[in-house]
Design a protein around this ligand. Structure first.
Ligand SMILES: CC(=O)SCCNC(=O)CCNC(=O)[C@H](O)C(C)(C)COP(=O)(O)OP(=O)(O)OC[C@H]1O[C@@H](n2cnc3c(N)ncnc32)[C@H](O)[C@@H]1OP(=O)(O)O
Ligand SMILES: O=C([O-])CC(=O)C(=O)O
Length: 375
């Protein structure tokens, strides 16, 4: 078993910064629950829309409620023309997380949240449009195509794949997207969610909270790690090459993206789930390189550092095998985590006090001001 981390004050590690009824992370070493349900059970049997409903509305839906919810989301998928025009002006080489941030912020100007009573409506709208925000910009800037932002796909994951590839996705791919969106949906007081809550605590609007959270998720130490992991994996042609270079990287004390976690100490429960699906996808495409390379990195990290893959590492190869461009990996995380972020915003608003911690001052002693002409 890995050694327990020293919980010093840095990074607020180990400090309880508020209450939540939404999830538990790392209880009994490796657990993850959403409103009391084990994420592995949800990923095995539920649909992402069921989990979104659970997080946003408080309980799992009945069959009729789920059908209504999916129907509602389906009707909210199209983008306003003004948003399409903004997306068309974003350069091709922009980072897609900046596109998501801008898309969210722009929608906030077109369809503002005028009262907190509208918070669930606005969240459902964002949930329905995020795949189109990403794909409309991507297909326009990369292929010169103005896509139809609607599809007949029943699920959000299937809808995303349809918009991206311009055709109906396979059942396996829809299933994997569903699992992936469930795994990424909620994770207690991670950096982006905490950002959303800090913003919510000022009584700001939902779009500002989500825009801020997207900015926090973008970094490679958080959501950006799935992209960074892909960039690492695809450098190698064989497991042997990967192991040799990994040893050199560790010697240099490089950070290996997709490994380690601020809270989990033994393993990330989401990893075994997505790893299983990445293997199935590798078999489907007849991969003989990327998956074995990923396993070699995984093995070396454990042997050398006792560090385990987090949710991001095998997501990289899973997404790659479904033909998703690497630069869109972290935006998919946004499409899912929106549910957790919004549920935390609702929770913060329901029992709010502005979040305003104190700092330990480590600067110079108080001193006399010197006028500029005497300096
Ligand atoms: C969905 C998600 O957001 S999951 C997280 C995604 N992020 C990544 O995968 C980025 C890579 N990982 C990391 O940078 C870190 O593990 C984090 C940011 C996730 C957690 O950070 P912390 O809680 O500060 O890490 P932790 O306290 O466990 O670090 C302990 C030691 O392990 C090292 N370590 C941790 N992760 C890694 C890694 N991925 N590669 C190499 N060394 C690492 C740290 O450098 C530290 O060593 P030191 O004490 O000699 O400096
Ligand atoms: O909890 C964290 O620090 C990061 C993480 O795994 C997540 O947000 O899913």
């Amino acid at each position: 078993m890995a050694e327990a981390k020293v919980l010093s004050g840095a990074g607020l590690r180990g400090q309880v910064a508020g209450q939540t009824a939404l999830s538990t992370v790392g209880q009994a070493g490796a657990g993850l629950t959403y409103r009391g349900y084990d994420v592995r059970d949800l990923a095995a049997t539920a649909e992402f829309e069921e989990v979104a409903y659970l997080l946003l509305y408080g309980e799992l839906p009945s069959q009729a409620e789920l059908a209504d919810y999916k129907h509602k989301l389906k009707g909210l998928r199209d983008l306003p023309q003004a948003l399409k025009e903004v997306l068309e002006r974003i350069p091709r080489d922009a980072h897609p997380m900046d596109v998501m941030r801008t898309g969210c912020s722009m929608l906030g100007t077109l369809e503002p949240e005028l009262t907190f009573e509208a918070q669930r409506e606005k969240t459902d709208r964002l949930l329905a449009v995020f795949p189109a925000v990403m794909c409309y910009w991507y297909r326009f800037s990369h292929h010169g195509v103005r896509i139809d932002c609607n599809s007949d796909e029943d699920t959000l994951g299937g809808h995303f794949l349809h918009l991206l590839h311009g055709k109906q996705p396979s059942e396996l791919h829809v299933k994997v997207m569903n699992v992936s969106l469930i795994l990424y949906a909620e994770h207690e007081f991670n950096a982006s969610t905490f950002t959303a809550r800090v913003c919510a605590s000022t009584l700001s609007d939902l779009y500002s909270c989500i825009t801020a959270a997207i900015g926090a998720l973008r970094g490679p130490l958080h959501g950006g790690a799935n992209e960074a992991a892909m960039e690492l994996i695809e450098r190698f042609q064989s497991p042997q090459e990967a192991t040799a270079e990994l040893l050199r990287m560790l010697e240099r004390k490089d950070k290996i993206m997709g490994f380690g976690h601020a809270i989990y100490k033994e393993s990330d429960p989401r990893n075994e789930v997505i790893k299983g699906w990445a293997k199935q996808l590798a078999d489907e495409v007849g991969d003989k390189v990327l998956y074995p390379v990923s396993e070699a990195i995984d093995k070396t990290m454990w042997e050398q550092k006792r560090l385990f893959p987090n949710a991001d590492f095998y997501h990289a190869s899973a997404y790659h095998f479904m033909g998703i461009p690497t630069k869109l990996f972290t935006p998919i995380f946004v499409c899912s985590r929106l549910t957790g972020w919004a549920a935390h915003v609702f929770e913060q608003r329901a029992n709010n006090r502005i979040i305003r911690p104190s700092a330990e001052y480590v600067g110079v002693e108080q001193r006399q001001f010197v006028p500029i002409e005497q300096r």
